[in-house]
Design a protein around this ligand. Structure first.
Ligand SMILES: Nc1ncnc2c1ncn2[C@@H]1O[C@H](COP(=O)(O)OP(=O)(O)OP(=O)(O)O)[C@@H](O)[C@H]1O
Ligand SMILES: [Mg+2]
Length: 487
């Protein structure tokens, strides 16, 4: 294990995932006490139940009463219109100050914690995303999925679970959707009922409202995680073995063009980010994404983002435009967040012409399927190309395909690492180097299995060894990885 990847040295070790914050309760109040005016501004008022499954604690009467009183005061005394014009930070501060002073003046029986919770809760409603705020803040929650205001789900620690989020009614949810959309300069309404956007904190946001959202607003949020998982952590989480990680990291370092393949939410972006940490820091990298999620550690990174069409349907900037432009920007490598259309053509050309080591993710279920998808995408460009020439392009461009799968127990794993070795006739030749072997399922529905080397030594070991990177032979011996079995 005497190579320099034996300890997975990334350029600078990316941060590990952060510790969960102390759980925050949601304060609710009885609905009965609501005036018409309040109901109108009423996103301050949540239904009585809180999101107890996620964050919940029970609130004392004093907190509930204080909240009702404060709510009334805010409506009466604060100039909400003026407040809304302030920058977010300042707005937050104004509301906080107001609540603090009022609570002190009125001698509300609140301890410091209750007071803080109250401030947070009211501020969330005023300036933040209301009942969504605690979910947005919880670092263990990856996804928030809402099918109408009474049907909310989260993905927490890899598991999808239903939660009660206290939206008052459909209008309350719609108001929050609007808030998010307007904040990023977009619009959503009946005439334009779908919106895909990046939230101010970098989270990916998609909403579909009536009439396309039959039961009310459909919202999907993929939260932006500030601390992307480094490769080492992914090994610890059982997504792969240490030898697999070392081999892939070395391949990326040595400019073996690598494609990450997987279904939705299988961890493609996370893996792309983790592997990209092994690109040498003297290279110029250009990233192209729909929503800039990647957090590359290198000093020389130029980030580009696509732009959707405006309300009149104009001004769209597509991935293909950006790939073409990137190639005029003297990149060493281009990192494409997700290859899904005609940009595949330019990307493969780049990979074939001096930008080896470029990387992309692809939506596919197996490495073979990933090739098929690429073929389809190349076909979309409308260029007169034979199947043979399309496949030649792919074979020449790509060295390695890393396949990710989210198993039925919610765990994300590398299920295959395959090397593309050439063509035989019209068929792209591929050899699997590592794979995940599923052996069963336990009483708690956890998938049992282990990783295995297939016994094939990848061809790219040769160029790697020319660079002084070698691996112990046993890494590739059949079944060898099984001692590092899945948890
Ligand atoms: N091996 C892993 N173990 C646990 N969590 C993971 C793992 N890989 C990724 N995740 C988490 O899963 C979520 C989805 O990951 P990611 O965004 O990388 O998926 P994706 O395949 O790019 O999704 P999409 O198809 O929506 O673009 C993220 O919150 C990420 O932190
Ligand atoms: Mg992604």
């Amino acid at each position: 294990m005497s190579n320099r990847f034996s300890t997975l040295h990334a350029r600078s070790e990316p941060l590990s995932i952060s510790q969960p914050e102390k759980e925050k309760p949601v304060i609710s109040e009885p609905v009965a006490d609501r005036s018409e005016e309040e109901a109108d501004k009423g996103f301050l008022i949540a239904e009585h139940e809180s999101i107890s499954e996620v964050t919940g604690t029970v609130h004392s009467d004093s907190v509930i009463n204080a909240r009702i009183r404060l709510h009334k005061k805010i409506i009466e005394e604060l100039n909400l219109v003026a407040l809304e014009k302030l920058p977010q930070d300042q707005m937050r501060k104004e509301v906080k100050d107001f609540i603090r002073t009022t609570a002190r003046k009125e001698r509300m029986a609140l301890n410091i914690n209750e007071m803080e919770e109250l401030i947070n809760d009211v501020v969330d409603e005023m300036v933040g995303l209301g009942p969504l705020e605690p979910l947005m803040r919880d670092p263990d929650i990856n996804d928030i999925l809402i099918n109408g205001h009474e049907n909310c789900f989260i993905e927490k620690n890899g598991k999808l679970q239903k939660v009660h989020v206290p939206f008052k009614d459909e209008a309350h949810l719609l108001r929050i959707v609007n808030k998010i959309v307007v904040a990023v300069g977009r619009r959503i309404d009946e005439s334009q009922p779908m919106c895909d956007a990046r939230m101010l904190d970098g989270s990916r946001f998609n909403a579909a409202v009536r009439p396309v959202g039959v039961d009310g607003p459909l919202v999907s949020i993929r939260k932006f995680s500030k601390n992307k998982l480094p490769l080492k952590k992914l090994v610890e989480f059982g997504a792969m073995t240490e030898p697999m990680a070392q081999v892939m990291a070395a391949a990326v370092h040595a400019r073996i063009t690598t494609i990450i393949s997987g279904g939705t939410g299988t961890g493609k972006t996370t893996m792309l980010n983790a592997l990209s940490a092994f690109i040498p820091e003297d290279e110029r990298l250009i990233t192209i994404e729909d929503a800039a999620e990647l957090q590359l550690q290198q000093p020389h990174v130029a980030r580009m983002e696509t732009r959707p069409p405006n309300i009149e349907g104009q001004g769209e900037i597509k991935q293909r435009d950006l790939v073409k432009n990137a190639l005029r920007m003297r990149p060493d490598r281009v990192i494409l967040g997700e290859c899904r259309g005609e940009e595949a053509f330019d990307m493969l050309q780049a990979m074939n012409t001096g930008h080896e080591g470029s990387m992309a993710t692809i939506h596919a279920n197996t490495p073979r399927d990933a090739i098929g998808r690429l073929e389809q995408m190349l076909g979309m460009t409308g260029m007169p190309m034979t199947v043979q020439s399309i496949r030649n392009q792919i074979t020449n461009a790509i060295g390695l395909i890393v396949q990710l799968t989210r198993l039925s127990d919610g765990k994300r794993k590398i299920t295959s690492v395959a090397e593309i070795t050439g063509m035989e006739g019209e068929v792209v030749q591929m050899q699997e180097i590592f794979k995940f072997v599923r052996t069963g399922i336990d009483e708690e529905s956890n998938i049992l299995g282990h990783f295995e080397a297939t016994g094939i030594r990848p061809r790219f070991l040769e160029p790697l060894s020319d660079m002084g990177i070698t691996f112990p032979g046993e890494y590739f011996e059949p079944g060898n990885a099984s001692e590092l079995a899945n948890d």
